[in-house]
Ligand binder design. Structure first.
Ligand code: AMP
Length: 554
């Protein structure tokens, strides 16, 4: 083999940090974080803090010194238990740049799972948002590997033995000499949300993060640049906040963080005040925002969202009706994306081909509701139950397999989990999908959520998305309930929009009109006040199946 003449420069996170300082030192990280408690309502009050990438660089270097002095060595896991803030961003860069691993822990998990995750990862230090400090007494005594706790933000009294973040980094030098970094070493870590069994750990590499970052930011995908101000609502404690914390400093976009404040009214105000151009979150966040935008418009005092060029939705299927409503009623362009903890996360994104822009309205929104094409360097394919390749014809349903430089090749210390998902160099996602001839994938379901009726499969996602397009329905989840003759039948669980009502006859007609066969229609509907959600805002189908397991279909 003839070797190239190219330099062998490892891809590493310090490169991104150096770039942010040298090219975009004046660009901003704006954080809305809790700064006090309203004496009357007892609700936290948001304060607005600004940091430049230049300041962030200096503080990251101070943090690396502080961590090294606290005994953190390359390879050690630095736990974060925090929302989206400038301090969390500093940890995203500082921990890996000194050769350690930034382990983001999902704050919405119950204490016992947090304890499991910390112990499994063997975190040495834990950085905690101030408002989460009250949870520590239930967690820390069960986590013997943690030697130090650092609290981010003011607290009335520091927990025993803990230090304040600002005191931790104060007076440290602003130049830290990076160790040599192997691009394949671990830079970060996340655990899957674990709907079944224990959460499973994924270790990201410097190489994966850098390749993901430059690919995701490119014009064909997020299309981010210095002209952008980005508000990722997707949390930094879940799968790298979809890569934005690395992407924005690399391309010079301003970043806006809203920590614990994700109420739609508050978000709408921040979009306007900060002139946000790009934002990203899960469908439940956007369904809430849509309601608020509609409400304000009807009340004659619309929110100003004119700065928004693109709104990315992912994490679970985006209803077509929601994509259309944002486009038609609020002139906001929605981009549908798919990914997983195991894929860093970006796997597919629905950017339109030039010809799609000329489609008539209905066909264009049909196209935009697809889950998208693989991002550069990612490959996807469908297989049947015997692992035979299935055609990309837009109709054939199969198990979705994925491979690429930012797809995990194993789970951390979990041989059984690894063996169950790795297939000859491909990762079995557990998702069921179709892929059309243009390469656009559409998630039909999680394998375990498909409804098997009389030997035929019914896609719960497809039903849910269509139901959520009905003007009376705010949220819809469809689950299988046992049936003596058909094995399983679909049950619709719905949340109505305020002041609306609807019955099964109307919904049947609506679904038939939208192309469903009669045998696919839910046998019944249950109206609920709220659909239970997972720690990252997805419908918790397991809880619904449990709740309705003895449901008697009449
Ligand atoms: P997590 O690892 O918690 O991010 O969950 C990943 C899973 O979320 C995927 O395997 C899918 O089942 C689901 N998911 C993510 N994005 C989408 C999407 N756009 N449409 C449907 N399901 C999605």
């Amino acid at each position: 083999m003839l070797q190239s003449t190219m330099m062998d420069v490892p891809l590493s996170i310090p490169f991104l940090l150096e770039r942010a300082k040298s090219l975009f030192a004046d660009k901003k990280v704006i954080s809305y974080i809790p700064v006090g408690i309203d004496p009357e309502t007892k609700a936290p009050i948001p304060g607005r803090l600004e940091e430049t990438y230049g300041q962030m660089y200096d503080r990251c270097h101070q943090l690396m010194h502080a961590l090294a002095e606290a005994g953190i060595q390359p390879g050690d896991r630095v736990g974060t238990f925090a929302t989206n803030t400038f301090r969390h961003l500093e940890l995203y860069f500082a921990a890996p740049s000194m050769g350690a691993v930034c382990h983001m822990i999902n704050i919405r998990l119950p204490d016992d799972q947090v304890v499991y995750i910390i112990n499994h990862a063997e975190d040495k230090v834990l950085f905690v948002d101030n408002f989460l400090a009250p949870r520590l007494p239930a967690i820390l005594p069960k986590c013997p590997t943690i030697k130090l706790v650092v609290i981010m933000g003011a607290v009335p009294a520091l927990p025993p033995g803990a230090v304040d973040y600002e005191a931790f980094i104060a007076h440290k030098a602003t130049e830290y000499t990076y160790p040599e970094i192997d691009e394949r070493q671990a830079s970060g870590m996340c655990y899957t949300s674990g709907t079944t069994g224990n959460p499973k750990g994924v270790l990201y590499s410097h190489r994966a993060i850098v390749l993901h970052c430059i690919t995701a930011a490119m014009g064909e995908l997020m299309g981010l640049s210095e002209a952008d101000t980005v508000l990722p609502i997707v949390p930094m404690f879940h799968v790298n906040a979809w890569g934005y914390p690395y992407m924005c400093p690399t391309v010079g976009s301003n970043l806006v963080f809203t920590s614990m404040f994700t109420d739609p009214k508050f978000l709408a105000k921040v979009f306007a005040d900060e002139k946000v151009t790009h934002t990203a979150g899960v469908p439940t966040i956007w369904l809430g925002l849509l309601d608020e935008l509609d409400r304000a418009k009807q009340a004659g005092a619309p929110h100003n969202t004119s700065s928004i060029n693109s709104l990315v939705v992912g994490g679970s299927a985006a209803p077509r009706g929601m994509i259309e409503a944002f486009g038609e009623r609020h002139n906001i362009h929605v981009i549908h994306a798919w990914g997983m903890t195991e894929t860093t996360p970006l796997g597919t994104m629905n950017t339109l081909k030039p010809a799609h822009h000329h489609l008539e309205k209905a066909a264009k929104y049909d196209q935009m509701a697809l889950t998208g094409r693989p991002t550069a360097l990612v490959q996807i394919k469908l297989v049947d139950e015997h692992d035979h390749l299935l055609p990309n014809d837009g109709k054939t349903i199969g198990r979705l397999l994925v491979r690429g430089p930012w797809v995990t090749a194993s789970y951390y210390k979990d041989e059984a989990g690894t063996a169950a998902t790795q297939q000859n160099g491909w990762f079995d996602t557990g998702d069921i999908a179709t892929i059309n001839s243009e390469g656009y994938m559409l998630i039909q379901d999680r394998a375990k959520d498909l409804i098997k009726s009389g030997g035929e499969w019914i896609s719960s996602v497809d039903l849910e998305n269509t139901l959520m397009g009905h003007p009376s329905i705010r949220e819809a989840a469809v689950v299988a309930v046992p049936h003596p003759k058909w094995d399983e039948r679909p049950l619709g669980v719905i949340v109505m929009r305020e002041g609306s009502s609807v019955d099964k006859t109307v919904l049947d007609a609506y679904l038939l009109e939208h192309g469903f066969a009669k045998w696919m229609l839910p046998d019944a509907y249950e109206v609920v006040a709220e659909i239970p959600k997972t720690s990252v805002g997805k419908f918790l189908k397991r809880a619904l199946r449990e709740q309705f397991k003895d449901y008697k279909l009449i």
